[in-house]
Every structure is written in C-alpha cells, then in structure tokens.
Design a protein around this ligand. Sequence first.
Ligand code: DQA
Length: 144
Amino acid sequence: ANILVLNGPNLNLLGTREPEHYGADTLADIEDRLTRIASAADMTLRFFQSNAEHELIAQVHAARDNSDFIIINPAAFTHTSIALRDALSAVEIPFIEVHLSNVHARETFRHHSYLSDIAQGVISGLGAQGYELALQAAIKQLNS
Ligand code: DQA
C-alpha cells in the first residue's frame, strides 16, 4: 500500500528551527527512519514538504490516485486553512494529523485545528516519534 507523508510550512527548517519546540532532528532524519519502518512492512512512502498551501492541496488531490493513507503535519496551516481541510474531506483518504510540539501547551491560536475533527487521529507533543507512531497505526490499518 502507499502512504503519503505531507509536511507544511517551515518544516524544511527542522533541525535548526526552535529546537526547544521541534527537536534536533532534520526532516531528512525523520524521513529516513520512516522509510526504514515502511520498507520492513512492505509499504511505499512518498514524502512532500511545501511552504505553499496550494502545493499541499495539489498533493492531497493527487493522492486520490496514488495513496491509501496520509500522514500530515500541516504546521501553521493547521490553524488557518479551511482549503486544506476541504481538500482532505474531498478525497476521503484517511489521515492522521501530527504535531511535533504539544500545540495545546502553547499559544491559544495553536489550540484550534481545522483538521482534527475530520482526522482519524491526532498526535501532538511526542516530537519526531509522533510520525513513527502515526506510521505504525497506518500500517496496522492497511494490513487489516
Ligand atoms: C507544528 C505546530 C504548529 O502550531 C506550528 O505552526 C508548526 C509546527 C508542530 O509540529 O508542532 O509549524 O505543526
């Protein structure tokens, strides 16, 4: 099965970006670990990061033809993007929302997500491990 891993704005800066919130791993480090987990489970992963809302939306649309599951850290678009929410609703592909930091322990504007109520699950505050936990959940489901 095929799993799409989407990362939103500024996550290309992981490793140097506010490590007290986001940890020391780069996005490439995280993707390497996910690739290892996926190949052991015979799953194909595709990664896409963008700082542009329309590019993320285009990937969600394309996922209709090439993905069975989406793991997404929408970053700041979590709190702003009705368009990304509508795209995920439109394609009807199950997804897990991941945040490195615990958004509920931060500024109030991070407490609301436009995606959480349509997500299958939300992982927030467990750092880079959150992506691995989301992947494990996706694999279990896709194999059942
Ligand atoms: C984030 C949390 C968001 O509030 C923030 O805008 C991000 C990253 C996280 O992974 O903790 O860019 O999604």
